[in-house]
Design a binder for this molecule. Structure first.
Ligand code: 2BA
Length: 94
């Protein structure tokens, strides 16, 4: 199994969650805050079998995009989603 930690900009989260639910992909939604901009984003924990990994990445890719945001005197390009994909040793549901 894989664990996807997906940090997603709030404006995209509703749509992404609906699409993941349509595909029977389970998620846990956490409120989070970017360390740099100090603005709210959402972190999803998504545990999936390896053969569903590409489906999840595709759903997220198709439903968000990066955009420029003002930061101080300049601007930064904020990703619609930043994904960390980890191998999971073991999953236990009790
Ligand atoms: P923030 O930390 O608020 O970062 C927002 C955007 O600011 C980043 O977009 C990046 O373009 C810029 N940025 C961040 N740190 C910077 C720095 N030290 N110097 C210059 N510019 C900087 P993204 O890279 O797309 O990140 C969006 C959000 O994803 C981040 O919000 C953070 O919550 C999370 N994130 C991204 N990379 C991460 C990482 N390696 N570890 C943990 N969280 C990460």
């Amino acid at each position: 199994m894989k664990l996807i930690i997906a940090i997603i900009q709030n404006e995209y989260i509703k749509n992404i969650l609906y699409k993941l639910m349509d595909e029977n992909i389970r998620t846990t939604k956490l409120a989070s805050t970017g360390g740099f901009l100090k603005s709210g984003n959402t972190t999803l924990l998504i545990g999936v079998e390896e053969d569903r990994l590409d489906d999840v990445v595709q759903i997220i890719e198709e439903n968000c995009e990066s955009k420029k945001v003002k930061a101080g005197d300049g601007a930064v390009e904020v990703g619609g989603a930043n994904l960390f994909i980890l191998d999971m040793d073991r999953y236990v549901r009790i």
